[in-house]
Design a protein around this ligand. Structure first.
Ligand code: ZN
Length: 198
């Protein structure tokens, strides 16, 4: 880059650092910011810094929240005997969207990956272990169906099972609309394991 005036070049560079923003889009966004009114631009920067300073991890489930304890953990209507363990806050949103689950969550913020030097202590596993009390009867492992997600699921279930808590794994099936023949072996095995009686 370096084709505009320095401040504009820097703005474009910042946008280009965002995920899935290419050079062209970065330019478009930077020019858009310049075309905003002062009030609009201030509201934008304020929203960014407010979000950064006020969003933190829930003391209980580690999901992102504006308050000490998140909405789900503080809700009286959730089933506190089940905890669904996910890798990312976005997974919580996805499961909530189904309206099929009424238990609690635990967000790990990643998965164990020795290749990338991510060890068990780097994700929120000990926070999960702290939550296990007499009320908790089942842990649903809903980590991603990847090598890392599977390894994380295995690791956690080995820690929890001896404590007498039931551990289950989300059954990943063949995606709706996909042909069975294109599903990889792993997906098919999972789908087979997770089959339900009709
Ligand atoms: Zn929470």
């Amino acid at each position: 880059m370096g084709s505009f005036t320095p401040s504009l070049d820097r703005l474009i560079e910042q946008f280009a650092k965002l995920p899935s923003v290419g050079k062209k889009s970065a330019q478009r966004l930077a020019f858009h910011i310049l075309s905003m009114t002062d009030a609009e631009a201030n509201a934008f920067t304020e929203t960014i810094s407010k979000a950064r300073s006020s969003i933190k991890r829930c003391e209980i489930c580690c999901n992102l929240t504006d308050t000490k304890v998140c909405n789900i953990c503080s809700s009286q209507s959730r089933d506190k005997s089940v905890i669904c363990v996910v890798e990312d806050p976005r997974d919580v949103i996805a499961i909530e969207r189904t309206h099929e689950y009424n238990g609690l969550y635990h967000v790990l913020h990643g998965a164990i990956s020795p290749m990338n030097d991510i060890n068990p202590e780097d994700i929120c596993i000990k926070e999960l272990l702290h939550r296990l009390n007499d009320d908790v009867r089942e842990i649903i492992m809903a980590t991603n169906p990847t090598v890392e997600g599977e390894a994380t699921s295995m690791y956690i279930s080995k820690l929890i099972k001896p404590l007498g808590v039931r551990v289950s794994r989300l059954a990943y099936g063949v995606p709706v609309g996909a042909d069975l023949e294109y599903a990889d072996e792993f997906t098919l095995i999972r789908a087979m394991e997770g089959r339900k009686e009709l």
